[in-house]
Design a protein around this ligand. Structure first.
Ligand SMILES: Cc1cc2nc3c(=O)[nH]c(=O)nc-3n(C[C@H](O)[C@H](O)[C@H](O)COP(=O)(O)O)c2cc1C
Length: 188
């Protein structure tokens, strides 16, 4: 069955390590017949959530702020799977990804109980560190987030040991690229 996949890429580097993970995942998913929409958040005008609690009145334009989130809301609505892609920043997501994700709250506001639409999720991440201790905080956060939202994890790919943009492509390419491609192609 073909599924709609939304990638939110929170890296500031359009051709960086996280982008390469997104490319590999997309190659696998597209080859398996899935439809992928990708948003490189750094290139978009997306403001932080105002916490005004005044969204959720119009399903087409759920947020009171009219910026480039208006492009993401329709893709989120039709997505079966949301891919959270980010470099690890201070053992968490980049601010670009966090800002866009917070703004999805306007969609939850359409529901009287503030329930988010239920989606499957994937985490793609690049990081300088390459130890279990380094990965733990963000993986704990990701799994806690999904558990709170009632979302299902389809897989996480964390490319450790890459600092500079493009490090992930050096040599024969980081093993995480093949992991990301396989994860994309394994989506059912
Ligand atoms: C502000 C900032 C914070 C970072 N924090 C971490 C961190 O907590 N742990 C880590 O392993 N790497 C950290 N890094 C390194 C990045 O995760 C790493 O350079 C990554 O490969 C960048 O991916 P990109 O090419 O997609 O931007 C940080 C880098 C920056 C600029």
């Amino acid at each position: 069955m073909s599924r709609n996949i939304l990638i939110l890429n929170g890296s500031p580097h359009t051709h960086g390590n996280t982008a390469a993970l997104c490319d590999a995942f997309t190659d696998g998913a597209a080859a398996a017949g899935h439809k992928v929409s990708r948003f490189d958040l750094q290139t978009m005008n997306i403001h932080g959530c105002l916490g005004c609690m005044k969204g959720g009145k119009d399903p087409e334009h759920p947020c009171v702020q009219k910026d480039d989130m208006t492009l993401i809301y329709p893709a989120y609505r039709s997505a079966d799977i949301v891919v959270l892609a980010s470099p690890m920043y201070y053992w968490g997501f980049s601010s670009q990804l966090k800002a866009a994700f917070d703004r999805l709250f306007a969609v939850a506001e359409l529901d009287p109980g503030y329930r988010n639409p239920v989606r499957d999720a994937v985490l793609l991440m690049a990081a300088e560190g390459n130890t279990p201790d380094n990965r733990k905080p963000v993986l704990d956060y990701y799994h806690a987030l999904l558990s709170q939202l009632g979302w299902k994890d389809l897989g996480t790919v964390l490319a450790g040991g890459v600092l500079h943009s493009g490090d992930i492509l050096k040599g024969n390419g980081h093993a995480a690229l093949e992991e990301a491609r396989r994860l994309g192609s394994a989506i059912l």
